[in-house]
Design a protein around this ligand. Structure first.
Ligand code: GLN
Length: 291
């Protein structure tokens, strides 16, 4: 990006898209538009209505920094501090996992299943930015929820998102270690979770962008299944009869996760949900009702 050129929005979009392409980024145009729109404090649509607007030197300087960060391995969401998920915008930072489209596929289903049952109380374990729980509550307008995370910094982000979405009065945030944070005898109509599920040994080989996300939200122990073992062991004591459990897992984990829950003998209505890429991505099941 030469210093003496007059840079319009249009020129910047063309230049940066090519630059990102050369660096092998997966969605060069989208990343370009999101970063530029953020620098200019505008929506993406505005870029198109003002294609010939000249970008100010101070804005250009900031934009250059963003481009450097992006090719240096930071995701666009991490740079601009926000990510769209389930049609809503969430604040994110280095303390939380950035919400993924793959999570939308199973969460949409769970919301469809339960949005006509008003008054449910749900828990989200390892809530991070709060994206899963807050989306559920946003679309299930009379439900309430408890969001749990071990990280105080993550909970600060979740709280901010809860406020921004005006869901404060229907959500409670609690800091603590996963299931143990729920009170003795406290029962829910549903438990949601996208726990850390990457096998510890795979973490160093992950994409650069993911390396910048908190290990705490990724590392699922030696085989990646530590959190499913915890859930299989005691989630049922926090579920009402017929209550649902919906949890995301990683590639090749459908079989072992399903087995863990089937073996307890406590659940039925098992369903494996696939993501946009056709990969098995989540397990939904329900606590058996007493006959
Ligand atoms: N989906 C994330 C990834 O593949 C992992 C999220 C998690 O561990 N829950 O990088």
């Amino acid at each position: 990006m030469a210093g003496n050129t007059i840079w319009t929005i249009k020129k910047l979009i063309i230049w940066t898209t090519q630059y990102f392409k050369n660096h092998g980024l997966e969605s060069p145009r989208l990343d370009t538009e999101l970063l530029l729109a953020h620098v200019l404090h505008k929506s993406r649509i505005y870029l198109y209505t003002d294609f010939d607007e000249i970008v100010e030197p101070s804005e250009l300087a900031q934009y250059r920094e963003y481009i450097k960060k992006r090719v240096g391995g930071f995701s666009t969401a991490a740079i601009i501090g926000e990510k769209d998920f389930m049609g809503l915008t969430f604040r994110v930072n280095e303390h939380v996992l950035i919400p993924r489209p793959d999570t939308e596929t199973w969460l949409e289903k769970v919301i469809q299943y339960h949005r006509s049952e008003p008054g449910l109380k749900v828990a989200d374990l390892g809530t991070g930015s709060g994206a899963i729980l807050l989306s559920f509550l946003y679309y299930c307008k009379e439900d309430t929820g408890v969001g749990v995370d071990i990280s105080e910094e993550a909970l600060a982000v979740a709280k901010e998102n809860g406020k921004n979405l005006d869901l404060d009065d229907r959500v409670v945030w609690r800091q603590g270690d996963y299931l143990t944070t729920l009170e003795e005898g406290e029962q829910f109509d549903g438990i949601l979770s996208n726990p850390p599920y990457i096998p510890s040994g795979d973490i160093p080989g992950l994409q650069k962008e993911v390396q910048h996300e908190p290990a705490l939200a990724l590392d699922g122990g030696e085989d990646g299944l530590d959190f499913y073992r915890k859930l299989a062991e005691s989630a049922d004591s926090h579920l009402k009869e017929g209550g649902f459990l919906a949890m995301e897992f990683g590639i090749h984990q459908a079989e072992p996760v399903l087995t863990l829950f089937k073996e307890t003998g406590k659940y039925d209505s098992f369903e494996i949900i696939k993501d946009y890429g056709g990969i098995e991505r989540a397990l939904y099941c329900r606590k058996k009702e007493n006959e």
